[in-house]
Design a protein around this ligand. Structure first.
Ligand code: EPZ
Length: 417
C-alpha cells in the first residue's frame, strides 16, 4: 500500500497548472455511449477514476486508445449492456452509463454503485426520473435491470432533490429519447454545463430554459466530434486553499475564475490577497486568517468537495467557526485525523465546530476518501516535522500528479511503499 511522507512547515511559492476536470470527464465519457461511431476527447486528467471509467466503457465494447494526448473512442462495435460490480464498486460514477445504454439499446444491466466513506450514495432519484421516460426497472442481486422496450419517450420531469448524477444520467438518456423532455430542479454544476456543451457539439439539442430547467429535443443519433473538457475547479480550489493555509504565493493557471466566484469571495473574506485575471489567479496567503462560517450547497453554493480543505484553513483562523455539511450524510471522516494533528473540531449533527489558532503537529494519518486525503496533505504542509499519510489510493482517484505539482512550488513530499 503506497504512503506519502510530507515535511513541514513549508510556504508554497510558484505556479500550478490545473488539469482537466474529473467530474466533467466522467459524465462526458459515459455520454460517448450514445455514439455508434468515433469521438475524440481532450484534456482528460490522468487520474484513477478516468482509467476506471475507460475500463468500464471497454468492458461494454468501446474501442478506446490514447493518440498522443487525445482519447479516441470508437463505438462502431459497442454492443454490450452489462456494467459489472467489480468496475462500478470502486467508482460510483459508473452508474452514469445507465442513461446512455438505455437511450441507445433500450436495455441495461448496471451494478448498483454501493456506498462509500461519505455516504450511502443511493440512486432512487435517477431511477424515478428514468421511469418517467418509459424505463421499467427492477433491482436484483445488486444490479439494476432496466429496459425501455418501446424506446425512451420524452416527458416533463421535476427532480425531487438536486442531484448532480441524476441530472447527468437524465440529460444523457433524454438526448436520444423520442420527442421533448423538460428537466426541472436540475443540478447546475459547471461540469453539467460542460456535458451539455459536449452533447450539443455532437448534434444533440439541449437548451437551458431557466436557472435549473433544461429542454431536450431528442435526436436520432450523435455525430463524431472532438471535445476538450473544462478545468478542474475542485483541484483549483484545493491549491488556492493550500496557498492560504501555508501563507504562500501561488499562480493558479488554466482556469476560468468566473466559475469559482464563491470560493474567491470566501478566500478574500478570510484575508487572502487574490489578483484575478482572465485565465489565472495569483493568490497570497495572509498570516492572519479571519474566521468565516461555511454551509455547503449545490452550485453556485460552496462546494462539498472543498469542505475538508476549507476545514484545515479554518483551524488556522483567529477564532472559532463552523462548517455545515448539507450534501452528504457522512463527510466528516477527516475530522478525527485532523484532531490527531492537534485540531480542536467537534461535530454536532451535520455541523463541525472548528477552534481557531491551531498549530498542527505532524503525525501518521489515514486517508478515507478523495477530498479528505488532500486535506491531510494541506495540514501536514503546515505541521512541524514529518507526517505520513496512508491509503493514498484515495488521492490518486482525483488529483493528477499531486506530488509533482506540489514539489514544483516548494513542498517536501515523497511517495513510498
Ligand atoms: C457528484 O456526486 C460528484 N461526483 C461528487 O464529487 C460531488 O461531491 C457531488 O456530485 C455533489 O456535488 C461526480 O461528479 C463524479 P449527488 P453525486 O447526486 O452525483 C443524494 C468528488 O469528490 N442522492 O448530487 O453522487 C446523495 O446521497 C465526488 O469528486 C439521493 O438521495 O452527488 C447526496 O446526499 C465526491 N438519491 C446528495 O443527494 C439519488 O438518486 C447529492 O448527491 C442521488 C443522490
Amino acid at each position: 500500500m503506497q504512503k506519502l511522507k510530507v515535511f513541514g512547515p513549508k510556504r508554497l511559492k510558484g505556479q500550478i497548472k490545473i488539469s482537466g476536470s474529473k467530474n466533467a470527464s466522467l459524465p462526458i465519457l459515459a455520454a460517448t455511449l450514445l455514439s455508434s461511431n468515433k469521438l475524440y476527447l481532450n484534456n482528460l486528467p490522468k487520474v484513477k477514476d478516468i482509467e476506471t471509467m475507460i475500463n468500464l466503457l471497454k468492458s461494454l465494447g468501446s474501442k478506446i486508445k490514447f493518440e498522443k494526448d487525445k482519447l479516441l473512442i470508437d463505438n462502431s462495435k459497442q454492443k454490450k449492456i452489462f456494467a459489472s460490480y467489480n468496475l462500478v464498486k470502486t467508482m460510483r460514477a459508473g452508474i452514469l452509463v445507465l442513461g446512455g445504454l438505455l437511450a441507445k439499446f433500450g436495455n441495461a444491466k448496471v451494478s448498483l454503485p454501493g456506498g462509500c466513506a461519505i455516504g450511502t450514495r443511493p440512486i432512487d432519484i435517477h431511477l424515478k426520473a428514468l421511469s418517467k421516460l418509459g424505463v421499467k426497472y427492477r433491482i436484483s442481486q445488486g444490479y439494476v435491470h432496466a429496459s425501455a422496450p418501446k424506446g425512451l419517450v420524452g416527458s416533463k420531469i421535476r427532480f425531487s432533490k438536486i442531484s448532480v448524477g441524476a441530472t447527468e444520467n437524465l440529460i444523457i438518456a433524454a438526448s436520444l429519447a423520442k420527442g421533448v423532455t423538460i428537466l426541472k430542479n436540475c443540478a447546475v454544476e459547471p461540469e453539467i454545463k460542460d456535458l451539455v456543451k459536449f452533447l450539443n457539439k455532437t448534434g444533440c439539442n439541449l437548451k437551458w430554459i431557466s436557472k435549473r430547467s433544461i429542454k431536450i429535443r431528442g435526436v436520432e443519433s450523435i455525430k463524431d466530434t472532438i471535445y476538450s473538457v473544462m478545468f478542474d475547479r475542485i483541484e483549483a480550489g484545493t491549491y488556492l486553499i493550500a496557498a492560504a493555509i501555508t501563507g504562500g504565493n501561488l499562480k493558479i493557471k488554466n482556469i476560468d475564475p468566473n466559475i469559482i466566484n464563491t470560493e474567491i469571495n470566501i478566500l478574500k473574506k478570510i484575508g487572502a490577497k487574490l489578483i484575478v485575471k482572465k485565465n489565472e489567479i495569483n493568490i497570497t496567503g495572509n498570516k492572519k486568517v479571519k474566521s468565516v462560517n461555511i454551509k455547503t450547497a449545490p452550485y453556485p453554493g460552496f462546494p462539498t468537495d472543498l469542505q475538508a480543505q476549507m476545514m484545515v484553513l479554518l483551524c488556522k483562523a483567529n477564532k472559532k467557526s463552523f462548517i455545515q455539511e448539507n450534501i452528504f450524510e457522512n463527510r466528516f471522516m477527516h475530522v478525527a485525523e485532523l484532531n490527531r494533528m492537534g485540531a480542536q473540531i467537534s461535530i454536532k449533527g451535520n455541523k463541525a465546530i472548528i477552534d481557531g489558532n491551531i498549530n498542527f503537529a505532524s503525525a501518521e494519518l489515514m486517508a478515507t476518501d478523495l477530498r479528505a486525503s488532500v486535506s491531510l496533505i494541506l495540514a501536514a504542509l503546515t505541521a512541524k516535522g514529518k507526517s505520513i499519510i496512508n491509503r493514498i489510493y484515495h488521492l490518486d482517484r482525483g488529483y493528477e500528479d499531486i506530488e509533482k505539482k506540489l514539489k514544483k512550488v516548494g513542498a517536501k513530499i515523497k511517495r513510498f511503499k
